[in-house]
Ligand binder design. Structure first.
Ligand SMILES: NC(=O)c1ccc[n+]([C@@H]2O[C@H](COP(=O)([O-])OP(=O)(O)OC[C@H]3O[C@@H](n4cnc5c(N)ncnc54)[C@H](OP(=O)(O)O)[C@@H]3O)[C@@H](O)[C@H]2O)c1
Length: 329
């Protein structure tokens, strides 16, 4: 039995570099291959990160017998094709968020994983830092009573507003919802599951994508979640869960959580809990995925496939409410 997962990274952009850095702090995996659409980019990445194998096409990476698992780090629109190709070549797949652009694509990925019996997971890295395990534990052990309200937002001001770039280009499924809105949405699903109903509104930008999005979710038991995303301005980037007995405030940046304040209504005392990262944070999802692989599991219980599908189906419904379709849909 192998002791370390042999990782390959597909794509050489910004997040590919962050993941390569994260893998340095992973005990059960090692980075052995990188692929780009351009061999020179792959070679340069391989040199910087001291990687043995550089491929000039994604297919060569998928077909390589030197790797076990592939991390997909391409723009949203490429995820489903890339993931399916990797699984067809029997490679386990950790795919960046959003898992894909819409529920049709995500369904195809899940179908492939189940048919081929291959491990697949959405790279929602926020769910894996130690503090997020603590948040789940506090809620499960009823420390704040019954959850009644969730507030969460993720907005930032991009360094450039290139209309052809990944963030603003409709052909690359740009917009705040899929890029950063998915974090508060995934957070609310993690705490409260699927809502019974919702209302939403958006700010349409010059390129036609949503530059801001706000959603109010209402659950069967009457609890609510207020979620917001923006690529026009930096928001609080905090998450707040209030229950009948107390509350949890996750500090900025709640999508890479390291600090929270727990407040109990009966004592009016505040407790500060801090769980700093070892590594850059990507190590936690990679270690979790590696453990699943080494234990021959095909799915994560922390980021289950059916939940990823529910989340993207919900995002489809939000876009339907606005009438936002990408040109390729
Ligand atoms: N978890 C997080 O915190 C986080 C943060 C940022 C982004 N992300 C996610 O990661 C994914 C990639 O984001 P990024 O910021 O790394 O993007 P990026 O810097 O633009 O890199 C994307 C890479 O994908 C490859 N690619 C393949 N087809 C492409 C196409 N049609 N247009 C442009 N590039 C293409 C390119 O690599 P080659 O040229 O080498 O083939 C490119 O370098 C997105 O889905 C995003 O949501 C996650």
């Amino acid at each position: 039995m192998i002791e370390k997962v042999r990782w390959g990274i597909l794509g050489t952009g910004r997040i590919a570099k962050a993941f390569a850095e994260g893998l340095k702090d992973v005990n059960n995996g090692k980075l052995v291959a990188i692929a780009s659409r351009n061999l020179e980019s792959a070679k340069s990445f391989a040199k910087d990160w001291n990687i043995e194998n550089a491929f000039g096409s994604y297919l060569e990476l998928a077909q390589s017998d030197k790797i076990d698992a592939i991390y997909i780090a391409t723009p949203h629109t490429e995820h489903s094709n890339n993931a399916v190709m990797c699984m067809e070549n029997r490679k386990a797949v950790l795919c960046e968020k959003p898992f894909a652009v819409n529920s049709e694509q995500v369904s195809q990925m899940i179908e492939k994983s189940r048919k081929q019996n291959i491990l697949l997971m959405e790279g929602m890295w926020s769910r894996f830092p130690p503090l997020m395990y603590e948040v789940r534990r506090l809620i499960k052990s009823n420390e704040i009573g019954e959850v009644r309200t969730i507030h969460a937002d993720f907005g930032f001001k991009p360094e450039n507003d290139d209309p052809n770039g990944r963030l603003f280009n409709p052909n690359l499924a740009g917009g705040s919802l899929l890029d950063v809105g998915i974090y508060p949405i995934s957070f609310a699903f993690m705490i409260n599951g699927k809502p019974e109903s919702f209302v939403s509104d958006w700010t349409r930008g010059k390129t036609g994508v949503d530059e801001q999005a706000s959603v109010i979710l209402k659950y069967q038991n009457g609890s609510m979640a207020l979620l917001h995303s923006s690529i026009q301005s930096e928001t609080s980037q905090q998450a707040f869960i209030s229950g009948t007995e107390g509350s949890i405030l996750i500090d900025k940046q709640c999508w890479r959580p390291q600090k929270l304040t727990l407040k109990k209504l009966n004592s009016q005392k505040e407790e500060f809990i801090e769980m700093p990262f070892t590594g850059n944070g990507f190590n936690y999802e990679a270690e979790h995925f590696g453990k699943l692989y080494l234990e021959n599991k095909k799915e994560s219980t922390i980021m289950p496939l059916d939940e990823s599908l529910e989340i993207i189906s919900f995002i489809d419904q939000i876009r339907d409410q606005w009438g936002l379709k990408y040109p390729f849909e």
